[in-house]
Design a protein. Structure first.
Length: 167
């Protein structure tokens, strides 16, 4: 299992490097297996390379025993329909922020073999893809809301932690 970096780690705010399949530096299957195990251990549905100190353009996502790895992912097109939804992030344990994102995305990525895949994602899959892609570009979800909304969410989290401690 891999180690999750803290929300203050600079690796989370840096652009990742493109994954070069022809250089054979990393065993893609092993990396994806370790990332998926880590994601499941922490009860996540998405995990990007930077969150486990891997500065490469890769993330995994999935649930219910259906997991996919995305290497060098990009968004080709998005719907104009924005949906607000509560998001969490393994790098920010317990913090929940309401984020507006397009409800559908057309994407392109490479699978573990390096084959290019084009797909259309909707709903939760579209949201998680966008969240994890942001990580690869050095953008954490705390930058997607106003400072006021972030502070209010942090206060709610602290209040909840105090209540749990009192139980």
């Amino acid at each position: 299992m891999l180690h999750l970096v803290d929300s203050t780690d600079p690796v989370l705010r840096e652009q990742t490097l493109s994954f070069e399949f022809d250089q054979n530096i990393v065993d893609t299957e092993q990396l994806v297996s370790e990332m998926t195990k880590t994601m499941q251990t922490y009860h996540g549905i998405g995990l990007a390379g930077p969150q486990v100190n891997v500065s490469l353009a890769v993330f995994t996502m999935g649930w219910d025993d259906k997991f996919t790895a995305f290497f060098n992912p990009k968004i080709i097109n998005t719907s104009n329909d924005l949906v607000n939804f509560d998001e969490g992030c393994l790098s920010f344990p317990g913090l929940v922020l309401r984020i507006a994102r397009p409800s559908e995305v057309e994407v392109e990525y490479q699978n573990t073999k390096g084959d290019t895949v084009n797909d259309r994602l909707t709903g939760l899959e579209a949201r998680v893809f966008q969240h994890e892609l942001d990580h690869l570009n050095g953008i954490c979800f705390d930058k997607k809301v106003s400072r006021l909304k972030l502070e209010m969410a942090k206060k709610r989290l602290e209040k909840m932690k105090r209540k749990l401690k009192d139980v």
